[in-house]
Design a protein around this ligand. Structure first.
Ligand code: UD1
Ligand code: UDP
Length: 376
């Protein structure tokens, strides 16, 4: 009996992190695997999907400039429900913590369709940080049937919320599968070839986009960068700007022009992987970048007050600095001034987010879910 699985994705990180799962499921003819894009992101989603050669079977195209959470939630809820009614899936797979994840899980729940949550169980413990992602995760995990937890700690979080242990599978994070595959492909462009970046110049890669950083916190980050440009006159910054005008316009106008600040549009995934690899240090508020950086052994200053990925902090490669200008400056200068400390930090760290086999494991657990009598 062929089972229909709908994989729902809406934003860039969902595309990258679900790509290994989609490609693995598509190889198995026991499933009819459909990709439903909500289009919460437009070009950024298409850019990520095209690198993995994945084509959405349906795209709801919901994105509007400066969209509100109400807009995304309501359009995803109604739009995904209509597709479920048409395609009658046996399982819906959602990823992570976006508003697409929340809406797609709710409409599946309303139809009593089981939901598999990839990257389940991450918790910061504060519904306002990250906002609204912590709430999206908590609610999705109330509605899900299968829980693919990236780490033991994520499993523990789910157990403490009374999720049945037999429904939780620790798989590692699928982003490591995507990253390892991309590294093997070796297709990205090195930043020094693309931009006027001297071959031996130390590079800091910076990304920022979180809703709770819009406004003043973003300005604080920019002030820190300006200060660092003076303190570290040999260092370059590479800043691939998120498409969100609430982010890109502020960063551009705050930082102004400097020959050592390279602004780009969002980089396609292999180029971004090359940029991470080329960096001495990463400043970021991204969830995915923290996971990737720990696999690549690159220190990340995490520009958030709380983290739902404490594993990277325990390993030492993740350093929580918030959006506090002084902390960003202090930690950056510390890592540049003490090379031995930097080398020890990097050499001693392990990747806590998996070994690149998460998608295979998820596929196996889905098979067992559909064929419970086969489990040995
Ligand atoms: C969303 C997710 C966030 C995730 C991030 C990944 C929610 C509430 N937020 O945040 O969890 O970390 O994606 O990047 O689910 N835009 C474009 N083109 C694009 C994408 C975005 O122009 O391809 C602009 C639009 O003006 C859009 C705005 O960015 O309205 C914000 O997009 P939205 O998805 O609402 O929020 P993100 O900050 O991207
Ligand atoms: N990324 C990318 N190009 C960029 C910036 C990021 O491909 O210019 C990738 C990055 O490697 C990671 C993902 O996008 O896999 C993270 O997305 P984002 O920071 O937008 O979202 P988050 O992970 O915070 O939800």
């Amino acid at each position: 009996m062929t089972r229909t699985i709908i994989c729902v994705i809406g934003t860039r990180p969902e595309a990258i992190k679900m790509a290994p799962v989609i490609l693995t499921l598509k190889k198995n003819t026991a499933y009819r695997t459909l990709v439903l894009a909500t289009g919460q992101h437009s070009d950024m989603l298409d850019q990520a999907l095209s690198f993995f050669d994945i084509h959405a079977d349906e795209n709801l195209h919901i994105m509007k400039a400066r969209q509100t959470l109400d807009h995304i939630t309501s359009r995803v809820l109604v739009g995904t429900g209509e597709i479920y009614d048409k395609e009658k899936p046996d399982l819906v797979l959602v990823h992570g913590d976006t508003t697409t994840t929340l809406g797609a899980s709710m409409s599946a729940f309303y139809r009593k369709i089981p939901v598999g949550h990839v990257e389940a169980g991450l918790r910061s413990g504060n519904l306002e940080q990250p906002f609204p992602e912590e709430a999206n995760r908590v609610i999705t995990d109330r509605l899900a049937t299968l829980f693919f937890a990236p780490t033991d700690r994520a499993k523990h979080n789910l157990l403490s919320e009374n999720v049945a242990e037999e429904r939780i599978f620790v798989t590692g994070n699928t982003v490591i599968d995507a990253l390892a595959w991309t590294l093997r492909q070796n297709r990205g462009h090195a930043p020094q070839k693309e931009y006027s970046l001297p071959e031996d110049a130390p590079l800091i890669l910076m990304t920022a986009h979180r809703r709770e950083s819009w406004g003043e916190p973003l300005k604080e980050i920019c002030k820190a960068i300006k200060h660092l440009l003076t303190e570290l006159p040999h260092v370059y910054f590479l800043i691939p700007l998120h498409k969100n005008p609430a982010v890109r316009d502020v960063i551009r106008s705050c930082l102004g022009k400097s020959e050592r600040v390279i602004f780009t549009d969002p980089l396609n995934y292999p180029d971004f992987v090359q940029a991470m690899n080329r960096s001495y240090l990463i400043l970021s508020d991204s969830g995915g970048v923290q996971e990737e950086a720990s696999f690549l052994k690159k220190p990340v200053l995490i520009m958030r007050n709380l983290s739902e990925r404490p594993e990277a902090i325990d390993e030492g490669t993740g350093i929580l600095v918030g959006t506090d200008k002084e902390k960003i400056i202090f930690e950056t200068l510390r890592l540049f001034s003490n090379k031995r400390e930097y080398d020890n930090l990097v050499a001693g760290s392990k990747s806590p987010f998996g070994d690149g086999t998460a998608a295979e494991k998820i596929e196996k657990h889905i098979f067992n879910f559909f064929n419970p009598w086969n489990i040995v």
